[in-house]
Ligand binder design. Structure first.
Ligand code: SAH
Ligand code: SF4
Length: 334
């Protein structure tokens, strides 16, 4: 990692500043282009530190050209991860990054969960996903608007590395993006969530809720057996109280399983606060499971019940369906 290199050669502050400028701002494409360092130092860097920890294995663009998915090989692990860039009609570019190879949590409806756990990513491996897309966007005179930890893996089970990544994203001399542009998504690890907030996280929070009762949740999401739904709701309401920030809930809509009107009514009863938002996600069928996507009509009916009870909702666009943009689907093929 670059920080090891800086330490090893005991580089003075101005060299670090030059590095940050070239790497994070000028978005150089390789070490050859790093002209602000003298040749001998640049040569050492070239020999000791690979320019990226990742290699591109496959690149897919949706037919509508609004979604791009990259399958990266993590060199250190010789395993694959995915990142997805979404370009929205209002001009925003949102990047979804992975924090693990696969995922140890094992939710039954999730392609990544089916892969099992293949290792935690380092902060450099997470940053290199971002750097790849920043360089790409620069060529089109575009910028990143948001970064979401919603790719492969459970961010709160790789907390130290995810936190370090967030520091690099928000560091004024590094990526210099406000923490408010970051979203972390969790399936519900309560103590780790509290730890993140204690460390000072004030970005956005999304929670994969998916089911309105403890019984249903623990049937499909193993984490729910450890951390009860009622305690999860409590912890999140405390966060809302503390920060006055809206929490988002992800709710994957699976036909006849969790998309009934009584499920929506149960959700309404779960919360005291209304500083929340529901993201209804049309389920993306995965291999080996018989779950089906709820109909558009059913999803709207469900959302209406939330809305009538003061809970705003949106239906997540099914962008990039044609390229399997639900994370884990591509890496699974590998
Ligand atoms: N592990 C974290 C971060 C992953 S985010 C979490 O679970 O929150 C990825 C989101 O996509 C999660 O909300 C996840 O539940 C959802 N998801 C998983 N499988 C899906 C599928 N087949 N179709 C649609 N969404 C899915
Ligand atoms: Fe892991 Fe999230 Fe998939 Fe569950 S939904 S298996 S926590 S990536």
């Amino acid at each position: 990692m670059i920080s090891d290199f800086i330490q090893k050669y005991n580089l003075p502050n101005f060299r670090i500043k030059q590095f940050n400028q070239a790497f994070y701002h000028d978005l150089i494409e390789n070490w050859e282009d790093f002209f602000t360092w003298p040749k001998d130092l640049r040569e050492k860097l070239k020999q000791e530190i690979p320019f990226s920890t990742l290699e591109i294995a496959r690149s897919l663009t949706s037919a509508k050209k609004d979604t791009m998915k990259i399958l990266f090989k993590v060199k250190r692990l010789d395993k694959y991860i995915e990142s997805v860039l979404m370009h929205f009609a209002d001009g925003r570019n949102t990047l979804c990054i992975s924090c693990m190879v696969g995922c140890p949590v094992g939710c039954k409806f999730c392609a990544t969960g089916k892969l099992g756990f293949g290792g935690n990513l380092t902060s450099q491996e997470m940053i290199d996903q971002i750097m790849y897309f920043l360089r790409l966007l620069k060529k089109e005179n575009q910028k990143l608007s948001n970064i979401v930890f919603m790719g492969m893996g459970e961010p709160l089970l790789n907390l130290d590395n995810v936190w370090e990544t967030m520091q690099i994203i928000s560091h004024p001399e590094k990526l210099a993006m406000s923490m408010r542009k970051i979203t972390v998504s969790t399936s519900g690890y309560i103590p780790q969530f509290k730890e993140l907030v204690e460390r000072g996280y004030r970005g956005r929070v999304a929670v994969s809720l998916h089911f309105p009762t403890q019984e249903m949740r623990e049937k499909y999401m193993p984490v729910a057996k450890i951390y009860q739904l009622s305690n999860l709701v409590k912890a999140l309401e405390e966060f809302v109280e503390l920060t006055n920030k809206r929490v988002s809930f992800e709710y994957v809509m699976i036909k006849d399983l969790n998309d009934r009107q009584e499920d929506a009514r149960a959700l309404v009863k779960l919360f005291h606060t209304r500083l929340i938002h529901f993201n209804l996600i049309p389920y993306n069928p995965i291999k080996g499971e018989n779950f089906q996507r709820s109909s558009r009509e059913q999803i709207e009916k469900f959302g209406e019940i939330l809305q009538q009870n003061g809970i705003p909702y949106s239906v997540r666009l099914t962008m990039g369906d044609d390229i399997g943009a639900a994370c884990g689907q591509l890496a699974g093929e590998k």
